[in-house]
Design a protein around this ligand. Structure first.
Ligand SMILES: Nc1ccn([C@@H]2O[C@H](COP(=O)(O)OP(=O)(O)OP(=O)(O)O)[C@@H](O)[C@H]2O)c(=O)n1
Ligand SMILES: C[C@](O)(CO)[C@H](O)COP(=O)(O)O
Length: 397
C-alpha cells in the first residue's frame, strides 16, 4: 500500500460560510440557501470531508452555530461564528487550529461543488514560505475601463481566476493575518494577504466545478449541475468513469500472507502499514481514482492510525461507502498481480467472492501472472498489482 502520508495529513480546512449573500439576494445567508434537498453549506462540507483533512473548522453566521452543529452531525467539524468581513471570518477560524496542524486550507463554502481532489492538489503543493491557490486561465478578452470608457486592453495571458481552497503553511498564515489585523488592511483573498506579508504564492490548475455561487445565475447553474447528475437513471445513459490503481509490496521476513482477501498459510507475508494486501490496496486506488476522490494514502494512510494492521476488506468496504457518499456506484473491478507465489488459480473463485463481498457484491475478476524471472517479482522479492475499476453516478432520488 502507498504508505506515504495522506496529502491532507496534518492539514486543517477552514470553510468560510458566514457571508450574508447580498449579491445572491436569496433572502437568507448564502450558506443556508438550498441547491436541491441540501444547502450550499451541506454540499461544501461533503466535499471537504471527502478529502479527509485532519481538522475541519466551519465559520458560520453568528447565532447559527447550534443549527449547523446539528447538521454537521458527529463529523470531525468545529464551528465558530464569523465576522463582518471574509478576512475576519478566516481569522476566527484560525483561532481554532489544533496542535500538530502544519498547513491550512481556506475554502469558500460558496464554492460548494469543488471536487475533493482539488484539496489534495493544493495541499501537496504548499511549502515553507509558499502559499498555493487553484486558478483557471482567463478565457474572455478583458478591458481596463473608466466609467463608460474602455481605456486599455489587458493581456489575459498574465491573468488567472483565483479559486479556493487556498493553502498555506500554518505559522506563516497566522503571522500574516496578525500583521493584516495590526495594519487594518482588508484583502479579498488569503493569497493577497499572505503575499503582502512577504509570502510567495503559486498556483495549480483549478476546476470549472469550483465556481463561486455569487449571483442568482450561479445558483441556477449549481442546481442544474446537481439535477442533471441526479437525472442519470442508473440503467440509463450514465457516463461511467474508469480508474486505475497499482501497488507493490515486498515479502516480509515473518508473518503469514494476506492477499486478495484471503489468508495463505505457509506463504510469507507482505510488508506494509496494514495487512499488506496489495491486491485490495490496488483496487482501493482504482475505485477512488475513478470517482476523482484522491487515493488510498489520503483516506487510509499513516495519518489514519485506526487502519494500522487493518485487513484489506475493511479498506474495500469503507471505499465503497466513500464512493456512495460521493454519489457513485461501482460497476466492476478487474485486478491482476505479478509474482512467483502464491499459486493462485486454485483459489481464484474464493478470492473473487471475498473481494466482491467486501465491495457489496459487485463483480470482481482476479488473475495472476509471473514475469518469467524478470524484475523483483521474478526474483521472488515481492508482488506488483494493477487494478482497474468502472464506476458510474448514482441517480439521486
Ligand atoms: N463576513 C463574511 C463574508 C464572506 N464569507 C464567506 O466567504 C466566501 C466568499 O464570500 P462571498 O462569495 O462574497 O459571500 P457573501 O459575502 O455571502 O456574498 P456577498 O458578497 O454577495 O454578500 C463565502 O463562502 C462566504 O460565506 C464569510 O465567511 N464571512
Ligand atoms: C476568495 C475568493 O473566492 C477567491 O476568488 C474571492 O476572492 C472571494 O471574493 P468575495 O468578494 O468575497 O466573493
Amino acid at each position: 500500500m502507498n504508505d506515504l502520508p495522506s496529502p491532507l495529513a496534518r492539514v486543517a480546512v477552514i470553510i468560510v460560510a458566514a457571508g450574508s449573500g447580498t449579491r445572491l439576494a436569496a433572502g437568507a445567508p448564502k450558506a443556508f440557501v438550498p441547491l436541491g434537498p441540501r444547502t450550499i453549506l451541506e454540499h461544501a462540507l461533503e466535499g471537504v470531508l471527502a478529502a479527509a483533512p485532519s481538522q475541519v473548522i466551519l465559520v458560520v453566521p453568528a447565532g447559527r452555530e447550534a443549527e449547523v452543529s446539528a447538521m454537521a452531525g458527529d463529523g470531525p467539524v468545529q464551528i465558530v461564528p464569523g465576522g463582518d468581513t471574509r478576512q475576519h471570518s478566516v481569522a476566527a477560524g484560525l483561532s481554532l487550529l489544533a496542535d500538530g496542524i502544519d498547513a491550512v486550507l481556506v475554502h469558500d463554502a460558496a464554492r460548494a461543488l469543488t471536487p475533493p481532489a482539488q484539496f489534495g492538489a493544493v495541499a501537496t503543493a504548499v511549502r515553507p514560505g509558499v502559499g498555493v491557490i487553484p486558478a483557471l486561465p482567463v478565457v474572455d478578452t478583458l478591458k481596463r475601463v473608466h466609467g463608460e470608457d474602455v481605456v486599455a486592453p489587458v493581456d489575459r495571458a498574465e491573468l488567472a481566476a483565483a479559486q479556493t481552497p487556498q493553502g498555506f503553511p500554518r505559522a506563516e498564515l497566522v503571522a500574516a493575518y496578525a500583521r493584516a489585523a495590526d495594519e487594518g488592511v482588508e484583502y479579498t483573498d488569503d493569497a493577497a494577504l499572505f503575499a503582502a506579508a512577504g509570502g510567495v504564492v503559486r498556483h495549480v490548475l483549478g476546476s470549472e466545478e469550483a465556481f463561486k455561487i455569487t449571483t442568482p445565475h450561479d445558483l441556477e447553474r449549481a442546481r442544474m449541475i446537481l439535477s442533471s447528475s441526479a437525472q442519470h437513471p442508473v440503467s440509463g445513459p450514465v457516463v461511467p468513469r474508469i480508474g486505475i490503481g497499482t501497488d507493490v509490496h515486498a515479502f516480509a521476513s515473518e508473518g503469514t500472507l494476506r492477499l486478495a482477501g484471503l489468508d495463505w498459510p505457509g506463504e510469507p507475508a507482505l510488508e506494509g502499514h496494514s495487512d499488506g494486501d496489495a491486491v485490495a490496496h490496488a483496487i482501493v486506488d482504482a475505485l477512488l481514482g475513478a470517482a476523482g476522490l484522491g487515493d488510498i494514502g489520503q483516506h487510509f494512510g499513516t495519518a489514519h492510525p485506526e487502519y494500522a494492521g487493518a485487513h484489506g476488506d475493511v479498506f474495500l468496504a469503507r471505499t465503497a461507502e466513500i464512493l456512495a457518499e460521493a454519489g457513485f456506484a461501482i460497476g466492476n473491478v478487474s485486478v491482476q498481480f505479478q509474482g512467483n507465489r502464491p499459486r493462485f488459480s486454485a483459489r481464484r473463485a474464493e478470492a473473487e467472492q471475498a473481494l466482491s463481498a467486501a465491495l457489496g457484491g459487485v463483480p470482481v475478476a482476479v488473475s495472476a501472472t509471473t514475469t518469467d524471472g524478470l524484475g523483483f517479482p521474478g526474483r521472488g522479492e515481492g508482488i506488483a498489482v494493477t487494478a482497474v475499476a468502472l464506476v458510474h453516478p448514482i441517480a439521486q432520488s
